[in-house]
Design a protein around this ligand. Sequence first.
Ligand SMILES: C[S@@+](CC[C@H](N)C(=O)[O-])C[C@H]1O[C@@H](n2cnc3c(N)ncnc32)[C@H](O)[C@@H]1O
Ligand SMILES: [Mg+2]
Length: 245
Amino acid sequence: MLLNPLCVCCCFLKKQVSSFLHQYLCDLVSGLSREQRAYQYVLTHAIPGDPDSILDAFDIWCSKIEFISNIGPKKGKILDRLLLEHSPLTVLELGAHCGYSTVRIARALPLGARLYSIEMDQNNAAIAEKIIRLAGFDDNTLIVNPSDEVIPKLHSEYGLERLDFVFMDHWKKCYAPDLQMLEGSGMLCKGSMIVADNVLFPGAPRFLRHVRKSGLYDWKVHRATLEYSKGIRDGMAELVYKGHN
Ligand SMILES: C[S@@+](CC[C@H](N)C(=O)[O-])C[C@H]1O[C@@H](n2cnc3c(N)ncnc32)[C@H](O)[C@@H]1O
Ligand SMILES: [Mg+2]
């Protein structure tokens, strides 16, 4: 059952406070970060070279033990379907965190496709790198820098001519400026797909306003619930660029 928004926000804040306290104590006792604890679990429960078992191990840990903001299995299935339908050859991921969505994307790509993942946090990127290698996808490119520094260099430094698919799941305030930067880069082509997670919760209103007003996209929002939660409404935006490149 879906609850009223105020009630959901109060419950969420209460959970956040207790989860921060819980996390602080866990960090103190284990001497590991939340991401390192999840990695330890995945490393000891998943089969190396088997992306499905790596995603399953993450999902068990994050739903039963400790929350991590992976896209999760439900919205992940929508992402899988869009990737399979679209068969992109060049993919950009903004926000890799522990590498869960990176593995999910890499698993769905056709032979010869290239995935560029951007993650600005060095500690998260170190975990993501190990997870990507564990899954056997170490030929993909993980770039450790903020998106607004990397996007302008994708062509000059990484030789990217066009982007068939972009997955946005970094800080929500970066969605609108980064999308506009991608539009200006000339790398989006007619038919390029952009999928943006969490556009309803925590929400990306500036991004949605730009998408709606620019007229550059055919778009819709896939209704869902927040990853690893039951009652919090969320949504993932699917955009198809209508430009003329
Ligand atoms: C919600 S997590 C990503 C979850 C991941 N996509 C998944 O589903 O497994 C957001 C990540 O984006 C990173 N991030 C936030 N803003 C960024 C930016 N401007 N450039 C690069 N990384 C960013 C954060 O450090 C964090 O690791
Ligand atoms: Mg997300």
